[in-house]
Design a protein around this ligand. Structure first.
Ligand SMILES: Nc1ncnc2c1ncn2[C@@H]1O[C@H](COP(=O)(O)OP(=O)(O)OP(=O)(O)O)[C@@H](O)[C@H]1O
Length: 261
């Protein structure tokens, strides 16, 4: 299958400072791909280059499909009504009027903010503004979604809502690239990840291949309920020795150690 996004030996300087150092990766149809790293690692710069916002860089970039982009710095016309903002971006993307209206209603419903259709942006909570901004990135039905810190500002409930939407889009064959510095937000969401540190690739691949295999286990020990996440091998030992006391057993992959090493 032809990749939707190809990045080869990408480097970027700001002045004398090299903020991206020879980064390479590919992303395919139907994938959720996470770009992870601490603050300042180079995630936003990478996504801005892919979105075409930064044009001077070294290396090779190939984008095969229509892009939707959620920038890190959110900014919508605060005095304008939600519906008008969305119409504006739909028109900007060259969509037909009927399609714009249909998609606006679909996405407002999907994100549980249909009630705010005629409210001004500034009247919405930060989380709801963020949802409108997300709609801006998908309104034109892009093949490739580039989302910079999509979960920032969202509460637990809305994080889950957005994750479910991302799964749906993935199942429709969309390509999703997202960045985050909040590891716990994506650990089980991404098919593959790129971990960058000071502009260099530290890890690239499927989560289960680059992570330590762990297990979450709940079991009874001397009548006490114990709940913990431990290395997989240790959990298997408990399971073998006293299966009758094990209440719950889930395999998990921990990126944490990699991330902080
Ligand atoms: N326009 C710019 N001019 C100069 N330096 C910049 C510019 N944009 C980013 N940088 C520098 O490039 C490096 C990478 O920044 P970038 O925003 O890509 O990191 P990030 O991983 O997205 O971080 P965060 O999680 O904080 O958003 C940082 O050292 C940053 O200070």
């Amino acid at each position: 299958m032809k990749p939707r996004v190809v990045v080869k030996n990408l480097s970027k300087y700001f002045g004398n400072k090299k903020v991206l150092n020879n980064i390479s990766f590919e992303v395919y149809e139907g994938e959720i791909f996470g770009i992870l790293g601490h603050n300042g690692a180079g995630k936003t710069t990478t996504l801005r280059i892919l979105a075409g916002i930064i044009e001077d860089y070294e290396g090779y970039i190939e984008i095969n499909g229509k892009i939707g982009y959620l920038p890190e710095e959110r900014g919508l016309y605060r005095d304008e009504k939600v519906v008008n903002v969305l119409k504006f971006f739909g028109e900007l993307a060259g969509m037909k009027k009927e399609e714009i209206n249909k998609n606006i209603n679909y996405w407002l419903n999907k994100l549980n903010i249909y009630n705010y259709k005629f409210s001004k942006i500034k009247e919405l909570s930060k989380g709801n503004q963020q949802k409108v901004q997300f709609i801006v990135s998908v309104i034109h039905n892009p093949d490739i979604l580039i989302l910079d810190e999509p979960f920032s500002g969202l509460d637990v409930f809305n994080t889950k809502l957005l994750k479910n939407i991302l799964y749906e889009l993935k199942n429709e064959g969309k390509t999703i690239l997202l960045s985050t510095h909040q590891l716990e937000k994506i650990e089980r969401l991404c098919d593959r990840v790129l971990i960058i540190k000071n502009g260099k690739v530290v890890h690239y691949g499927r989560i289960e291949n680059i992570c330590r295999k762990m297990a979450y286990i709940e079991y009874l020990e001397n009548g006490r309920l114990i709940k913990k996440e431990i290395p997989y091998n240790e959990a298997i030992k408990i399971l073998k020795e006293s299966a009758e006391n094990v209440i719950k057993f889930e395999v998990r992959y921990s990126l944490e150690e990699l991330f902080f090493e």
